[in-house]
Design a protein around this ligand. Structure first.
Ligand code: ZN
Ligand code: ZN
Length: 566
């Protein structure tokens, strides 16, 4: 065990004995940033859901892109980017041992074209989606695998007809759901599984026709965990008026009070052992991690599945091994270090950016099937190995000094000053929210949001209470957002035909805020990915949990929760 002081936040952090083994195995020095600053650094280099309209710099066509139109580097439509119409090796540079590595990388980074959006496999009628694969008829869906007829969703898998949700899987006709799995026609629910026709549920499993329940298993016709007869249930449901804006608002309040009086399980796990963090399925020996499925031996992972022996890794997995300090790496990739956007069998990459299917590269950008390359210049295998070792040595002798005054040597991920994005364009703003002033003080860039200069035609408070009172003319209106002055709001929004059909089908009133505000509200309903040391409210055993005191006043350890609830 060794205690170190973080270069970024100046707080102490601990490197455990088993961490040393991993660093030794992959031949990297000890980190100099604490785990949280490393996580923020990874988050801050990936734009998840902020899209811009701009020109493709190859064809001139109008495209949607994760990059705004003022980037230093060219941006190509993703199909052109993947094609043979251009050659990333034409930007190759000789390595200059008198200059720092990151300085040279930045020079390359400002020249090489980037892919406009990240999309894989089929994409049918879903132009406004990003970091997705197999999408059909979807709009504003991000970070999703297999989505159909869905809108305004962030992080999902196998969804059909879902709206305004966050972190859901195998769901159909769900609305305002967070961390839900295998649900059908469920609304305003969180951390629940196998629900049908339910409203306002938390920590429930296998329930149907229930409202406002917490920790309920195998229930039907329950309201606030009280069982009713079938007819009585539907009468009471009617009285709650959950198809009106005021009914939803008052239910939201009473449900939140009720939830806080119920115990919260300290860690959400399924078939997992030896884990710390939250949301594990089929995991073994995974520490300080969040959202992991089928992982063996991992630490500091965030949203990774089907992988093993990885550390400091944000998204996504699918048969990956020995990925360290990287993000957006997946699909049969291995030994990926300090890299971003490398997938499809990529292996043995150091400091690479957008190099799918590449192997044995160091400091390259935009190579497709690249090999034995440094700064986009190709070498023989023997030359590559010699120069690579020389650069690693030189990176320690000639460190890069970031604008934040921090020295970056070999073993550090890309400095945030090299990120393609401003802090508030990235995942960092969602999981570690900062104001413009805070972000700037911490050395991150900030992009002032353009308020849509819409001339609104209707105020949100003028909208009818129920969807039944809305006619098709709403499709022509520009509605003011109820939080139009907040920094998250774009100011105004419109309702699309598909959206209107969904609200009608589900009997849901029109939203009163723009997507960005709705997204922000969902984030607030969850806890931040940080672990707190607390004690079980029943047996007093020490637990590590992401649930803070104010969110969950009553916290149960796994054992007590099993005894009392399941
Ligand atoms: Zn730190
Ligand atoms: Zn306990």
């Amino acid at each position: 065990m060794e205690t170190k002081n973080c270069q970024k936040c100046k707080k102490d952090f601990v490197i455990e004995t088993e961490d040393f083994n991993f660093y030794e195995k992959i031949k990297v020095p000890l980190p100099t940033f604490c785990p949280e600053c490393r996580l923020v650094r990874r988050f801050a280099s990936t734009n998840e859901r902020v899209l811009y309209k701009r020109k493709c710099d190859f064809s001139g066509a109008d495209i949607f892109s994760m990059y705004s139109s003022d980037t230093k580097f060219p941006v190509y439509d993703k199909d052109i980017w993947y094609s043979d119409k251009w050659d990333p090796y034409q930007y190759g540079m000789d390595y200059d041992f008198s200059r720092s590595f990151f300085e040279q990388f930045l020079e390359l980074q400002n020249k090489v074209p980037r892919m406009s959006l990240v999309k894989q496999r089929m994409s049918v009628n879903s132009p406004y989606t990003h970091r997705v694969d197999d999408m059909k008829n979807s709009y504003m869906v991000f970070r999703t695998t297999r989505g159909t007829d869905s809108m305004y969703v962030y992080i999902a898998k196998d969804i059909l007809n879902c709206m305004d949700s966050f972190a859901i899987s195998d769901c159909e006709l769900c609305y305002e759901c967070i961390d839900c799995d295998k649900c059908y026609k469920t609304r305003f629910s969180q951390e629940s599984k196998e629900l049908r026709d339910c409203f306002f549920m938390h920590g429930c499993r296998n329930c149907s026709d229930c409202v406002g329940c917490v920790n309920l298993v195998n229930g039907q016709y329950y309201i606030f965990n009280v069982k009713y007869g079938k007819e009585e249930y539907f009468e009471k449901l009617k009285e709650l008026k959950l198809n009106t804006v005021s009914g939803i608002k008052s239910m939201e309040q009473s449900f939140e009070e009720f939830r806080k009086k119920s115990p919260q399980k300290s860690t959400i796990t399924l078939k997992s052992e030896d884990v710390s963090g939250n949301w594990f399925t089929n995991c073994k020996n995974v520490k300080e991690s969040f959202w992991c499925i089928n992982i063996r031996d991992g630490k500091y992972l965030f949203a990774v599945f089907d992988s093993q022996d990885c550390m400091d890794y944000f998204q996504w997995g699918n048969s990956c091994e020995q990925v360290y300090e990287s993000e957006n790496v997946g699909l049969n990739s291995s030994r990926i270090f300090f890299s971003t956007q490398c997938w499809m069998g990529a292996h043995d990459l150091y400091y690479c950016h957008s190099c799918p299917n590449s192997a044995n590269c160091f400091g390259c950008i935009g190579l497709k099937k690249g090999e034995y390359s440094i700064l986009n210049k190709k070498y023989t295998k023997e030359e590559y190995e010699i120069i690579k070792e020389k650069i690693i040595k030189q990176m320690n002798e000639v460190p890069y000094k970031g604008p934040d005054g921090i020295e970056y040597r070999f073993g550090e991920h890309f400095p945030n000053s090299l990120s393609d994005f401003a802090y508030n364009e990235t995942a960092a703003i969602d999981f570690f929210p900062l104001t413009k002033e805070e972000a700037t003080r911490k050395g991150f860039r900030w992009k002032d949001k353009e308020k849509k200069n819409y001339k609104t035609t209707i105020e949100n408070r003028e909208l009818p209470e129920t969807i039944g009172d809305v006619d098709d003319s709403i499709l022509n209106e520009i509605i003011s957002c109820e939080e139009k002055d907040s920094e998250y709001s774009v100011g105004a929004y419109r309702i699309t035909q598909d959206e209107l059909s969904f609200y009608r089908r589900m009997d849901i009133p029109l939203p009163r805020a723009c997507f960005d505000v709705r997204h922000k509200r969902r984030l607030v309903k969850r806890q931040l990915p940080e672990l707190h040391n607390r004690n079980c409210s029943k047996c007093n055993v020490a637990v590590k949990t992401m649930y803070g005191e104010s969110f969950a006043p009553i916290l149960y350890c796994e054992k007590c929760y099993q005894q009392e609830v399941y």
